[in-house]
Each structure stands twice: as C-alpha cells, then as structure tokens.
Design a protein. Structure first.
Length: 470
C-alpha cells in the first residue's frame, strides 16, 4: 500500500499511486472514481466543533466531486442566520410533485482520532485491501457519499424524481448539536412535510444476534431514551487521620454496588424488541430459531434468560444504567466535602424517564445522596413497519441484497434522526453498507474503514430507493 500525503493541507490526492494494472484485480472506473472521491472526503478532518473552515473545505470538496448536485439542486444552510458558525447543509431536488417528499440524512462531522493507535493516517483516505481507511469511513461519510452520489448519478442519467428529494447533512451530530434541529425547523418554516427519512443507524452486519448464520440488515425503527444523572455525597470533610463512618465515597460505593447488582428497572418485551427478535429468527438455527420466531409466547422466558446470557439482552429488554464518571477529593489525605459520580441511562420503550429518575431519587435518599439530572430525553417514537415507506425500504433492500436477512432494530445509541422523527412519520435508521465485525468495532475507535464495494452497493441502493419511490 502507499500512504498518501497529509490531509492537513487539504490537497485532494489519489488514495494510492500504484498503477491499476499492477494490483492484480480488475479495478473498474467506478471503483477508482468512488475511491478517489471518498478519499478526498476522508481527507477533510471535519471533527465536530473543530471550526467552520474545516467544514467549508469539506463542502468545497462536495461541490467539486458532485457538480450536478450543486448545479441542479437548491442549496440551503439551515440555522446559519441564528449561528454564523453552523455548517448544516440542506439540498432540495425538485421532483414532479411536492406531495411525498423524502429526506436522506447523514452527518459531515466525525469524532477525533489518535493517529498513534491507527494502522494508517486517520485523515489519509488510504486505499488498501479494497477498503478506504480513515475517520468517518463508516460513521458516516459513507452514508453521505452514497446518498449524494446516487443523486449525482441519477441526474447524469436524466432522471427526474416523482417527488421532491431532500439531502440533509448536519455538522454536529457527534456532539448532539443543532444541525439537525435547524433542518427540522427549516421544514417547519417552509411547510414541507416529508413522509420518509433515512439516516445512519443500522447496517448490514454479521453476527447481529448470537448464533446468527447470515448477514442481516438491521433497520433502526426507534432510539432508546437518554439521560446523564449526577449523584453527589456531601460531608464536613476533614483530615483523613481520624475518619468518621459513612464518608462520601463509601456511600457512593455502596450505592453503585446496589445499582449494579439489582434489577432497578423492570424488563419487558416491548413491541420493537418483539419485532426485532421475530425479524432475526430467519437467520438462526435450532431451538433459538423456534424461540425467537415465537418470541411473544416465550416472552417471560426471554425476559428472564436473555439478560443473563448477554448484556445485549439487558439493553434490548429494558432501561440500562452505568456509572461513567467520578470526582472526589484533590488530595490523598483529605476526606472529600463532596464526591460525585455520573450515571448514563438509556430508557427502554416501556419506560418514562420521570418514573426511572423518581425511582433512583428514592434509592439515592437512602444513601444520603443529592440527585441532579444533567441531560434527559425520552425514547423516540417507533416506525410502523406496515407503512408503505418502510416496506419500500425493505423491498429495495431485498432487490439489492437478495442473500441477506432484514430485521427491524431497536437502537441503543442516538442519531440525528430522532429530531427528524418529530416531523416525519417513517424515520428509518440504516445505511445499506456491509460492515464486517472489525469495521463495526472501529466506530469511534481506531482503524475505521469501509469497503469500496460497499460504496458501490450503497449508491446502487439509493438510486433504486429514489427512482422506485412513487
Ligand atoms: Zn454517526
């Protein structure tokens, strides 16, 4: 392989300089074109909150690489009037009608990367082994590429969509910024009512469920709720040489231990969990296939057993809580006057945040702890998997990837799509790209990469998704 020059000077370069005929594989023009364009996108280090100039450069690359999109679509910058640093971008492709608009979403920003832990430069866009390596390769410049590229190619083919198509790319998804809310406000202000949105979320993955025998497209139909809660223990402090009982850290420790060793929030089989288990049953074998296929009847057994087998079971069947941060005295010989821990909660479809936090507050009282909710949101609504738009997504998936299974999926993490879901009834979270286990594990970690073939397949998917949407 060949390392490319540094991305810092923003010079778009080829991701490799090995003559195509020397690679021993038949690299099509499409492969080369997609690789080069995608490498240029990776080479822009659009780390969230890194500064508007990084996003300006990224958008310049988009303008150069997708000229038909930028000359045929109307371009808007939602939120820029409120915040001059905002770089959210919204593109409108006028269709034959404005009756059933769709929104294809992605985010331009990426999380930071520590180059010393990477095989290749995280902003190099290196092509190796048929894959492009770099931050954002699968979260989610791939989603951005396959949606905008599909539109570019359809315009080149002279296609006009039946209904308006919007491309909405936020600039701050990774730090839960305002990019997507600004876009939602734009739709409200312009009285536009999209009927379907597609954003990142699930993907085509192996081992989507323990014992899975085939790759599955996991199609996100809802997101769990989210909260960060701080628990603080106070004391008079003092010198550590004559300690009293029940010091702040001891109370916090006992509280943490209780929370970790008890089921605080009732687990249950929610509708999305049931849909997911039934969905994955086709890819399982033996008793697991039977149990998941008849998940409703086996619900009491699954709710009891699955969380014992895998943490995934706990997350699927209820609200989870984990302690993630701690703070206490500054010196080893000082008893803290106050010490605190922060817990992160993910609310299941059966739970309201207020009920969970009330329960925690009652429990915290027993340990003489103060409770402060730092941030909180409810779980999203869920997509009706019987609606035409969802079926269209699944039908397109079947057509493009006939050999895979497809299942609805309850998302444990968050996406921009939760904002769009407040105005769009069918908000689907899935990027039609194959990810192997290494690629899946590279999200927000080292060695993020995507197969160029996935960019080819994903583009073909969205071309079909748009052109067959009536
Ligand atoms: Zn993402």
């Amino acid at each position: 392989m060949t390392k490319v020059k540094s991305a810092i000077d923003f010079t778009p370069v080829r991701a490799y300089n090995v003559p195509i005929s020397f690679l021993g594989v038949n690299m099509s023009n499409q492969f080369e074109k997609y690789s080069n364009t995608f490498a240029k996108m990776i080479q822009c280090p659009t780390v969230s909150s890194s500064g508007a100039e990084y996003f300006d450069k990224f958008q310049q690359v988009l303008k150069e690489e997708f000229p038909l999109v930028f000359s045929n679509l109307e371009v808007f910058y939602p939120g820029k009037d409120k915040d001059s640093e905002s770089r959210a971008i919204l593109l409108k492709w006028k269709g034959k009608s404005d009756r059933r608009p769709m929104v294809l979403m992605a985010h331009q920003d990426v999380v930071p990367a520590s180059p010393e832990t990477w095989k290749y430069d995280p902003y190099g866009g290196t092509l190796e082994d048929g894959k492009i390596w770099g931050r954002g390769a699968m979260d989610c410049k791939n989603t951005l590429f396959i949606t905008i590229n599909a539109v570019e190619e359809l315009i080149a083919e002279g296609f006009v969509p039946e209904h308006d198509v919007y491309l909405s790319y936020s600039d701050c998804e990774e730090n839960s910024g305002m990019g997507a809310p600004y876009a939602v406000q734009w739709f409200k202000d312009h009285d536009v009512h999209p009927v379907v949105a597609v954003d990142e979320g699930g993907a085509i993955v192996e081992n989507a469920f323990p014992g899975m025998k085939m790759p599955f497209a996991m199609v996100g139909i809802m997101e769990k709720g989210y909260a960060d809660v701080r628990f603080t223990a106070h004391s008079k402090g003092g010198h550590s040489s004559s300690p009293p009982n029940n010091t702040p850290l001891a109370r916090l420790g006992a509280f943490i231990d209780y929370c970790e060793t008890h089921v605080l929030f009732k687990r249950s089989m929610s509708k999305p969990a049931l849909q997911m288990l039934k969905g994955v049953s086709t890819g399982l074998g033996g008793p697991l296939k039977f149990i998941t296929k008849h998940a409703k009847g086996f619900a009491p057994l699954i709710v009891k057993a699955l969380p014992m087998i895998t943490p995934f079971g706990k997350a699927l069947l209820g609200t989870t809580m984990v302690f993630t941060m701690a703070q206490s005295s500054d010196a080893p010989n000082v008893i803290p006057q106050s010490a605190s821990v922060v817990a992160n909660l993910r609310f299941g479809p059966g739970d309201k945040s207020a009920d969970c936090i009330a329960k925690l507050t009652d429990l915290a009282k027993k340990y003489d702890l103060e409770v402060e909710v730092l941030t909180c949101r409810e779980h999203s609504a869920f997509v009706d998997t019987e609606c035409d738009e969802y079926k269209h997504f699944v039908d397109t998936m079947r057509e493009c990837f006939p050999e895979i299974g497809i299942s609805p999926y309850l998302m444990f993490g968050g996406t921009d799509c939760r904002h769009m879901q407040t105005i769009v009834p069918c908000a689907i979270r899935c990027t039609p790209c194959r990810l192997n286990p290494q690629q899946l594990a590279s999200m927000h970690a080292s060695d993020e990469n995507i197969d160029v073939q996935s960019l080819i397949d994903g583009t073909a998917f969205f071309k079909k998704f748009i052109s067959n949407f009536k």
